[in-house]
Design a binder for this molecule. Structure first.
Ligand SMILES: [Zn+2]
Length: 445
């Protein structure tokens, strides 16, 4: 029997009653939450490790519901230009993305997430086996989705080539404790009907999630209107693609009818507030989705689009942007923002029974937010403190699956300096690739 506890804690449980326990003790046995209560629990079990939270906030780890972790190596490239995806990102990826780049980028991003209190992320990219391995090595929970797209991609020389990669990848990882393999058709505008049908079949066969960009781009909406006289969401319903296994990113253009459809098929939605704002997209109708009962969570999107990978920053941005959009100061609450970063996101990625709240029997994915910091004092409302006061660097401990993976701002399973060195080396190669692409573009002009 291996018991651990976290004591001197303000436990923000995010359970059904949204209970907050002051002077609380959280007992962890192996990978799970075993007991929750007051200081009497300190003498109840024989602990191998006791962690003093020093009156800090102990809460479920944050969930990053949509990202492309390996793109951290491209962070700050090609900023503030129009139509960046097709004009800049796709050519850059085709010219330089390989397994090594994916590995280094994933490690850099996972380091940032663990240091910022993220305990689970859902990823879409190429060479996804490298992302899965990096997650496992560093001890973070992940849904790893191999991207499938209608053009040759970094890990395949033919359109849709990564379908084969995806099936092998799913076979390899399907019983893993930390990594859930997934299929990631890139978007409605970049995967055709035939392949979407195949993807659904594979997902049903292996019971794995499908991650996909949906209703994100203006050109996507026009294309579907012209070709099918409907929205991408309606199209997906018509081809019988939608189910609770589908986790859609963005949905900034979701209509009232689309939301009805998503609710009917129990589709999960990931709202990427920072990336959408930076790309000048419309504000996603998230309050409307929440009020209807659609499962919604938050995501950072790739670090080239959203730049940060922590969720704490997004909680604040979510409420503020929605307040601007609705013109109501009491529009969205800090509790709602914390829900979107924890339990609601867990439901959106179909892991609501496993993670997202501090409850007995759930996995011990737990963080401590240090409150002995000027920006965290005083606290009259814990949700407000988490949303409006906290910085990612206030997170002092991150535990995933019952194991401490970051403590006192230090990663346990990986040398951060080594990751930074590897990133810097890669940066030189990326600069060369960008210069070549720019020269090519000039020669065509
Ligand atoms: Zn994305």
């Amino acid at each position: 029997m291996s018991y651990k506890c976290i004591y001197n804690a303000v436990i923000v449980t995010m359970n059904l009653n949204r209970d907050i326990i002051e002077n609380g003790v959280l007992v962890i046995k192996d990978s799970e939450i075993f007991d929750i209560g007051d200081s009497k629990l300190l003498s109840k079990y024989d602990y191998e490790e006791k962690i003093d939270a020093k009156n800090g906030i102990v809460m479920p780890g944050f969930i990053n519901g949509h990202t492309h972790v390996s793109m951290s190596v491209f962070r700050s490239l090609g900023e503030d230009i129009p139509d960046r995806l097709r004009r800049y990102m796709f050519p850059l990826e085709d010219s330089i993305v390989d397994a090594e780049l994916v590995r280094v980028g994933a490690k850099l991003s996972i380091a940032e997430m663990l240091l910022g209190g993220v305990t689970t992320f859902a990823d879409m990219y190429y060479f996804e086996d490298e992302v899965a391995k990096a997650a496992k090595e560093m001890g973070i929970r992940a849904i790893a989705g191999e991207t499938i797209i209608n053009k040759p991609s970094p890990d395949s020389n033919k359109p849709y080539g990564s379908m084969e990669y995806a099936e092998k990848f799913i076979e390899k990882w399907k019983n893993d404790e930390l990594v859930t393999p997934a299929l990631a058709p890139h978007a409605t505008y970049s995967v055709d009907e035939e392949h979407l049908r195949k993807i659904k079949e594979i997902s049903q066969k292996h019971k794995v999630p499908i991650l996909m960009h949906i209703s994100e781009m203006d050109f996507e909406m026009e294309e579907f209107k012209e070709k099918y006289n409907c929205t991408p969401v309606k199209f997906l319903e018509d081809i019988n693609f939608l189910s609770s296994k589908v986790i859609g990113a963005h949905l900034v253009y979701a209509t009232e009818d689309d939301m009805e459809i998503m609710l009917k098929h129990d589709v999960g939605v990931i709202h990427n507030v920072a990336a959408n704002a930076k790309a000048a997209r419309p504000v996603a109708p998230v309050p409307n989705m929440i009020e209807r009962g659609i499962k919604v969570g938050l995501g950072t999107d790739g670090p080239m689009s959203g730049n940060h990978l922590d969720i704490i920053n997004l909680l604040d941005q979510y409420t503020k942007i929605q307040k601007i959009a609705t013109g109501a100061r009491n529009g969205r609450t800090s509790l709602e923002a914390v829900e979107l970063g924890t339990i609601s996101c867990a439901k959106a990625i179909e892991m609501g029974n496993v993670i997202g709240s501090i409850e007995i029997g759930k996995k011990a994915d737990v963080i401590i937010i240090d409150t002995d910091c000027p920006n965290m004092q005083p606290i009259y409302d814990y949700y407000s403190a988490i949303v409006y006061s906290a910085y990612p660097h206030n997170v002092s401990m991150t535990m995933v699956n019952g194991k401490v993976v970051m403590k006192d701002r230090k990663l346990i399973n990986e040398d951060l300096n080594k990751i930074i060195d590897e990133t810097r080396k890669l940066q030189d190669k990326i600069k060369e690739a960008v210069a070549k692409l720019n020269n090519l573009k000039k020669s065509r002009e």
